[in-house]
Design a binder for this molecule. Structure first.
Ligand SMILES: Cc1cc2nc3c(=O)[nH]c(=O)nc-3n(C[C@H](O)[C@H](O)[C@H](O)COP(=O)(O)O)c2cc1C
Length: 360
């Protein structure tokens, strides 16, 4: 009775608050300045993202001097050089405005113990091809200085053997791509088979299968090939449950998930705000490949939402200890599906709704 009265008294206040919030939203959504004021004074819901983006910049800049085992700058620049190498027609000289920073970064990578071997080989092979391709005599001073600097870095590496050249990580002709062994209907069958599975057998997920999934995920496209993500693996029912319980969307089935992957985006891959969304795009493309791969290995998956909620952020932080420039993108439950577990039909929109022709 007391509770009902209290709730009745609260109602007008709730209605008033809702109206005021609506009014404020209406005023503040008139332009970007007022929207900024809104998020500065009336709502602090973007705070965590702001902080993560800024910490990302800080870490990006720090990594230019103190390189880690992979470098977003080296990856991006080598990618840009590869694009220059395949350009039609290829320019006699290109990459003038970033070749120097690239070779400097490449040197730091060669000097860093434990630097990712494949990344360094890719960078070296592409830079070899670049300096073979550009017409140094006509090149700007920056390119000539970069060439001398690069030769100095690689002077002890020696000439690549013919075998290494064949296996070089360089641009190649499309005709050399592996053949496509999957036809349309087989692929659609795989897509049909993949469903979000929430009920699993009580059996562990072999680590090597998870690695196979992550390996296939790594082949997904990413902006400038930076791959700004990693997968944190919580394998085993106990670990999986504690991670899954941090997310709201696992209520009722978190306790029996055999393994959960946390997809983590890395904002230190970018020096500018304009690229802050790429962690979500690139991670999601990789996540999709991971989930499809799981199906081919006899596993099932369920993506799990990660909204920007204070309680969840704090809870997961205690378990996986993320850096301030890292953001959880989503969780993925993974395991062997329980044969008798239900699967929602989840009807999909048709082409008619999803597509529209450009009129003129
Ligand atoms: C980003 C994302 C977040 C999701 N979050 C949840 C979740 O929190 N809990 C859940 O049970 N399913 C979740 N799902 C699964 C969706 O409900 C499911 O993908 C959708 O209903 C379509 O079904 P299907 O995956 O079987 O095709 C999520 C899916 C995506 C892509």
């Amino acid at each position: 009775m007391k509770k009902t009265l209290l709730n009745t008294a609260k109602r007008p206040i709730q209605i008033l608050t809702k109206r005021l919030t609506f009014l404020l939203t209406k005023v503040c959504s008139k332009n970007s300045f007022l929207a900024g004021v809104y998020y500065l004074i009336f709502s602090r819901k973007f705070d965590r993202e702001h902080l993560a983006v800024l910490r990302g910049h800080l870490n990006y800049n720090a990594s230019l001097k103190n390189i880690s085992n992979t470098s977003p700058l080296l990856r991006r620049n080598i990618h840009r050089i590869e694009k220059g190498l395949i350009m039609k027609p290829r320019r006699a000289v290109f990459a003038e405005n970033f070749i120097l920073e690239t070779v400097e970064c490449h040197r730091r990578a060669t000097e860093r113990t434990g630097y990712c071997e494949n990344e360094l080989k890719w960078a070296t092979d592409v830079l070899d091809e670049y300096f073979e391709a550009v017409q140094l005599a006509n090149a700007a001073t920056e390119v000539q200085v970069a060439h001398a600097y690069y030769c100095d870095t690689t002077k002890n590496v020696g000439q690549n053997s013919i075998k290494q050249k064949i296996e070089a990580y360089r641009p190649y002709a499309r005709s050399e791509s592996p053949p496509c062994r999957v036809d349309y209907s087989a692929l659609v069958d795989l897509f049909q088979r993949r469903r979000s599975i929430r009920w699993y057998q009580d059996c562990p997920v072999p680590e090597n299968l998870i690695h196979d999934c992550i390996n296939a995920a790594s082949l997904a496209p990413s902006a400038c090939n930076r791959q700004p993500y990693r997968f944190v693996v919580a394998n085993g029912v106990e670990k999986a449950r504690s991670v899954a319980a941090c997310a709201g969307g696992t209520l009722g089935f978190a306790q029996q998930l055999p393994a959960v992957l946390v997809v983590v985006g890395d904002l230190s891959a970018y020096p500018e705000e304009r690229d802050r969304h790429l962690i979500y795009i690139d991670s999601s493309l990789a996540a999709m490949q991971l989930m499809l791969t799981a199906e081919t290995l006899g596993l099932a998956t369920c993506p799990i939402n990660w909204p920007d909620v204070d309680r969840s952020e704090r809870a997961i932080q205690k378990i996986i200890n993320l850096a301030a420039h890292e953001r959880v993108i989503m969780l993925i439950a993974i395991g062997f599906a329980a044969p008798d577990g239900g699967v929602p039909f989840s009807q999909k929109k048709g082409v008619g709704i999803l597509s529209k022709k450009v009129d003129s």
